[in-house]
Design a protein around this ligand. Structure first.
Ligand SMILES: NC(=O)c1ccc[n+]([C@@H]2O[C@H](COP(=O)([O-])OP(=O)(O)OC[C@H]3O[C@@H](n4cnc5c(N)ncnc54)[C@H](O)[C@@H]3O)[C@@H](O)[C@H]2O)c1
Length: 379
């Protein structure tokens, strides 16, 4: 066990595995939370050296194993392709280190559950960056629902639209199921969408009916593509609320369009992560655009780090997620910070992804309640 909880509050010592796009975001967030970047490893030593220079880490490790042998490292961020998450995160936990593992936590619900069980048995902090939870206006929406202000909820819908794979010439490792897993668009971004809908409403999707489409069978490298470019899903929640989910990586003009729309008996709440400092609150008189202000609910105000009118964005949300993860590590054994997404939430997203794949393959509605509200098998 390398964890020294008395040292963590001042300067957590961090390792990062994977040296691509997300490693930069994680490294910035780790620094912002006061961490010391000790080592980075990647698929190759050349990649690790390049990442070390880019991230400003102390050293490059030749392998994951070498990085994990460093007893001075307390917490490891796993920023590698999806199919490696379960194996690497398991190794991190077995090395006695806290872990932040990128989504999707694993490429099947079974694998995600085994990993969450390992994390629970280890007692270590194990979080997943469902970072859209950390926008103050998302917390504000959640606070309104929890306080009863929104009232009984009739419908819960959302979309996550991107266009970076819109052309047949666009390609990425995510397209190949050997690296990304059997689901692509849904596992990649639908997982964020489901997480935010269930997080804000406190409700759970009980059953769903999905249609998937692959619009480009042949891309520049990947041919005979089987993973979906887009998904359309009908959902029913445990409360009886109904809704629709639209997920696409081929929707031109949309860069990172994560939106939700929650219609309750007293008000509608609508959010768009591309304008994250605003919550749209609908009534019979129309929509009020509520800006991030000085009068937010305490659980939202906690994440408001610059004065109202000075925009916050994705990196701020990521910084808040990492800071809360480190806080959980510092307060090891105490209750987790409210709303910290853990491996249990990673399992929940994997269960929903499996359900979406199953529904599309068998046709019709499938049960999405395989697990209880906190993610573990129902008693
Ligand atoms: N939470 C979020 O908001 C968010 C956003 C984007 C991506 N992601 C997730 O982050 C993960 C990484 O995505 P990315 O866009 O950074 O990918 P990327 O391709 O830019 O980077 C992946 C890195 O991992 C390295 N790598 C590959 N196999 C490895 C192995 N076996 N051991 C060590 N290193 C290995 C690669 O060399 C590369 O440096 C994905 O799982 C993705 O779903 C999360």
């Amino acid at each position: 066990m390398t964890t020294d909880v008395t040292r963590l509050p001042t300067a957590p010592r961090v390792g990062i595995i994977g040296g691509g796009f997300m490693s930069v975001v994680h490294a910035r967030a780790a620094r912002s939370a006061g961490a010391h970047l000790v080592a980075v490893s990647s698929r190759t030593i050349a990649g690790a050296r390049a990442a070390r220079a880019a991230l400003g880490a102390e050293r490059a490790s030749a392998s994951v194993e070498e990085l994990l042998r460093d007893d001075s490292i307390d917490v490891v961020h796993v920023c590698t392709p999806n199919e490696t998450h379960a194996g690497i995160a398991s190794a991190v936990l077995r090395a006695g280190k806290h872990v932040v593992c990128e989504k999707p936590l694993a490429t099947s619900a079974d694998e995600a559950e085994r990993l969450a069980d390992l994390a629970a048995d280890s007692g270590l902090v194990a979080s997943v960056p469902f970072v859209y939870r950390f926008h103050p206006m998302v917390r504000e929406a959640r606070a309104r629902v929890r306080s009863g202000r929104t009232g009984r909820i009739f419908s819960i819908s959302g979309s996550y639209l991107q266009d970076w794979l819109a052309a047949a010439t666009d390609d990425d490792w995510r397209v190949d199921p050997r690296h990304g897993g059997p689901s692509r668009a849904f596992a990649d971004i639908g997982s964020h969408l489901c997480d935010i809908l269930e997080f804000v409403t406190g409700d759970r999707i009980s059953r769903l009916c999905s249609q998937l489409r692959t619009v480009h069978a042949d891309r520049s490298v990947n041919k005979g593509v089987t993973t979906e470019d887009l998904a359309a899903v009908l959902v029913e929640f445990e409360s009886g609320a109904i809704g629709t989910l639209q997920v696409s990586q081929v929707a031109l003009g949309h860069k990172n369009g994560l939106t939700f729309h929650i219609a309750g008996e007293n008000e509608t709440l609508a959010f768009d992560q591309e304008t994250p400092d605003r919550l749209h609150i609908g009534s019979r008189d129309g929509f009020l655009v509520a800006p991030r202000s000085d009068t937010l609910a305490p659980e939202a105000a906690r994440y408001s780090v610059v004065p109202a009118g000075h925009p916050q964005g994705y990196q701020d949300a990521f910084n808040a997620f990492v800071a809360d993860t480190y806080r959980a590590i510092a307060d090891f054994g105490a209750a987790l910070p409210d709303g910290l997404p853990t491996f249990e939430d990673g399992v929940r997203a994997a269960v929903l992804t499996d359900a979406v794949l199953r529904s599309a393959s068998v046709g019709g509605w499938v049960d999405a309640r395989a697990l209880s509200p906190i993610g573990r098998p129902a008693a």
